[in-house]
Design a protein around this ligand. Structure first.
Ligand SMILES: Cc1cc2nc3c(=O)[nH]c(=O)nc-3n(C[C@H](O)[C@H](O)[C@H](O)COP(=O)(O)OP(=O)(O)OC[C@H]3O[C@@H](n4cnc5c(N)ncnc54)[C@H](O)[C@@H]3O)c2cc1C
Length: 297
């Protein structure tokens, strides 16, 4: 690890050592990462990926950290953050974006250009890379509907995958194991700015009254199982408002766990396990997490 950090420092990379991940991820829990590296260009990003890959050091890519839980013990390795890879351009109906571009910013700018298709992203606080990895979706749309091409780094090589080569499912994109998304191109349609703005306003108003937008959270905790929404199931199991330590299932939307201010990752994980046990024992339903809980190596 120290050899890798020396190499990255000598290449003038921006690094923060022993970074408290509760300051990074949206749920505001988690211990220190040994190091967080912030590439400032795609070339630097792929160079860092190559260096980290060759070193054999454990690593994790993070965008906005809005769908990730880091445990209290922290992260043993390097986090490569895409927060400084936010550039994108709009050319005709196409958007060419770096992986750290925020979905909401692309949405606002494409609507301004009279393009439609990105309104699904209203209220999703994630990046292009995290969005594609998760096949993020809401408001009757998913990112898969607009992805045209994805550029990936995979085992030291960079290549492009056309939409026909990608397979998406509910909150999942099947990429070759270990792929890192560096860029993406989206294909949108000519739209009506006023109509899109009206739709977005409605989507956000609905979120504001149905989701705990003022408390730290990480979006939906569980994927919806077949035949019932996860939130409804959790409510029926009596878990709405149920708490462990500083974490609780939101009173507003049971599929959100909120951090009352002093939650530990262990509180959140205990709540998740409690709900999974109750769902299985009382209803025979396996609840799969949507949020990514980073296991310690
Ligand atoms: C208030 C709130 C509301 C939300 N609402 C929704 C919603 O309506 N619909 C929805 O789908 N989600 C929702 N989410 C969840 C989350 O915003 C999305 O999953 C989002 O796409 C995650 O993006 P991110 O950049 O934050 O990903 P991160 O949390 O940073 O990463 C998520 C996963 O993607 C991987 N990853 C990130 N970047 C890359 C990359 N460049 N290449 C390869 N892998 C990568 C990470 O390693 C990790 O496994 C919500 C979250 C919050 C906090």
């Amino acid at each position: 690890m120290s050899e890798l950090l020396t190499k990255l420092s000598s290449n003038d990379c921006e690094i923060e050592k022993q970074f408290p991940m509760n300051r990074y991820i949206t749920l505001k829990v988690g211990g220190n990462a040994e190091a967080v590296v912030y590439p400032r260009s795609i070339i630097e990003f792929t160079n860092i990926l190559n260096n980290v890959y060759e070193s054999g050091v454990n690593f994790l890519i993070l965008g906005a950290g809005s769908n990730t839980i880091i445990q209290d013990a922290g992260f043993n390795g390097v986090i490569i953050s895409t927060k400084k890879l936010r550039n994108f351009t709009i050319s005709g109906n196409f958007v060419h974006a770096e992986c750290g571009a925020m979905l909401s910013t692309i949405m606002k700018n494409t609507v301004k250009e009279n393009l439609k298709g990105f309104e699904f992203a209203a209220g999703i606080p994630g990046t292009v890379g995290g969005g594609i990895f998760m096949n993020a979706g809401a408001n009757k749309g998913e990112i898969k509907d607009v992805v045209e091409e994805v550029t990936i780094w995979h085992g030291g090589k960079v290549r492009k995958l056309h939409r026909n080569e990608l397979s998406f499912e509910y909150r999942k994109c099947h990429l070759p194991e270990g792929s890192i998304i560096t860029n993406a191109t989206f294909s949108l349609k000519v739209g009506n700015k006023e109509q899109s703005e009206k739709n977005i306003k409605e989507y956000l108003e609905y979120r504001n009254i149905t989701q705990p937008v003022n408390l730290a959270n990480t979006g939906s905790i569980f994927k919806n199982p077949e035949n019932i929404a996860a939130g409804r199931l959790l409510e029926e199991l009596g878990l709405k408002g149920s708490e462990i330590g500083g974490a609780r299932f939101s009173e507003l939307h049971a599929n959100f766990i909120v951090n009352g201010g002093n939650a530990h990752a262990s509180d959140v994980i205990e709540l998740i396990k409690k709900a999974q046990k109750m769902a299985l024992e009382q209803r025979g339903i396996t609840l799969e997490t949507e949020v990514k809980i980073i296991e310690q190596s």
